[in-house]
Design a protein. Structure first.
Length: 221
């Protein structure tokens, strides 16, 4: 939970720095606060993260992405939020060097991972799911389905803004959102090979600067 709160706090700070500290006028900040609430992050933590964006001595967090190949050719993308890129890249490179991988160049895995966004929206009385799907297709939605947790909406990364705007303008409550990198080419490994990759992934995820890790490893039967 502490790791989740740290990641959310950094994301809130960066969003407030970029677009201002008022969630009424900063749509990304507004949604990040909603995400934080869905993870039961205390209000004091959220308020501190926003204030941190405007302190004179605040750490200047930047979002950075590292691309690499792990053991057995597994493609790995690491997203981080850091105030010292030299420290973070040195740490991430050391994990790959020690555990059987190689850090590469930006963009080299673009052909493997598709950038997607997703929303979970509260059900709204009187709304027909098929009608909503037809509406959102015009704004770039790829897939919509419903379960007991709400309405799930998936789309290409670049369609995040138009979909968010349409949902909010039409009174839908966005419970949470995600940006994801979905692999289009999976790597099937044996159990022992998978354990090697998992050891590396666990080490990367332990780093305080790392916010997300994506890979194309398929679990073997």
């Amino acid at each position: 939970m502490a790791k989740v709160f740290t990641r959310l706090g950094k994301e809130i700070t960066m969003a407030a720095k970029a677009g201002g500290g008022d969630p009424a006028t900063n749509s990304k900040l507004r949604l990040l606060i909603q995400n934080a609430r869905s993870e039961n992050m205390p209000k004091d933590n959220i308020d501190r993260a926003i204030k941190r964006a405007f302190e004179k001595d605040t750490s200047d967090y930047k979002e950075v992405v590292y691309e690499a190949y792990g053991p057995h050719g597994v493609a790995i993308v690491v997203e981080a939020a850091t105030d010292n890129n030299q420290r973070t890249v040195a740490n991430v490179r050391s994990y790959f060097n020690k555990l059987g991988g190689t850090l590469g160049t930006t963009g080299m895995l673009d052909f493997i991972f598709d950038r997607k966004c997703s929303f979970i929206v509260s059900k709204k009385e009187g709304v027909d799911l098929e009608d909503l799907e037809l509406e959102l297709i015009d704004f770039g939605a790829d897939e919509i389905f419903e379960d007991e947790d709400g309405i799930f909406i998936f789309a290409e990364f670049q369609n995040f803004g138009p979909i968010q705007k349409h949902l909010e303008e039409n009174g839908y409550e966005i419970k949470s959102f995600k940006f994801e990198r979905i692999p289009n080419d999976m790597k099937k490994l044996s159990q022992s090979e998978r354990e090697e990759v998992e050891k590396l992934l666990e080490k990367i995820e332990e780093d305080d600067d790392v916010t997300n890790v994506f890979h194309n490893m398929e679990i073997s039967d």
